[in-house]
Design a protein around this ligand. Structure first.
Ligand code: ACO
Length: 158
């Protein structure tokens, strides 16, 4: 599997991006300013992520998605590690990611990859998304923000 930035003029994999974020408007807004990467095998595109700087010191993964038929095989973890290494080597100090309070598997994966909970944006999903989102039987209302230290000497255990 290879992870690469999409080429100029190459269409971003919208169907995959909408798996992670049902708001086309939100996807279009961060696609406009951030970078889109794809994970591909000989069979085609299996995953994607969008990331970019949010300040001089911090970057964020805005969207990460793996094709449904190949989820749970390590592709999401590989893309997270790719983003971490890529933005650390660009000199960023922190990598942020946000997900819903109901996204139990995603919260597990991000913490296994070294992210720590940094804050909660209460009512983010009820305020910004149409319709009630329910996942794992839980009403998705709040965004959990997580952060990972990219430069290990800043904080032990980062
Ligand atoms: N409890 C504990 N661990 C869990 C749980 C759980 N309930 N659910 C998943 N995990 C762990 C697995 O054990 C595994 O850990 P391991 O690497 O130690 O074995 C890990 O989470 C899953 O890792 P991958 O196989 O790499 O994950 P995958 O390739 O399926 O990608 C992703 C994860 C991107 C979340 C994928 O499932 C997906 O596309 N889901 C739909 C879209 C989505 O929700 N995207 C994220 C939204 S938030 C955002 O975009 C910023």
């Amino acid at each position: 599997m290879k992870i690469r930035e999409i080429a100029p003029g190459e269409a971003p994999p919208m169907a995959l991006l909408l798996l992670a974020d049902p708001s086309e408007k939100a996807v279009a807004s961060y696609l406009d300013t951030a970078e889109c990467f794809i994970a591909e095998t000989d069979d085609g595109i299996v995953g994607t992520y969008i990331a970019g700087g949010i300040s001089g010191e911090a970057a964020e993964i805005f969207n990460i998605a793996v094709a449904e038929d190949v989820q749970g095989q390590g592709i999401g973890r590989a893309m997270l590690m790719d983003a971490i290494e890529r933005y650390a080597s660009k000199g960023y100090l922190w990598m942020y990611i946000g997900t819903g309070n109901s996204s139990i598997g995603q919260l597990a994966l991000y913490q296994k990859c070294g992210f720590r909970i940094d804050g909660i944006i209460r009512d983010f999903f009820t305020d910004n998304y149409e319709g009630k989102i329910v996942e794992n039987g839980i009403w998705c209302r709040d965004m959990i923000r997580l952060v990972k230290t990219l430069q290990c000497d800043i904080e032990t255990g980062g």
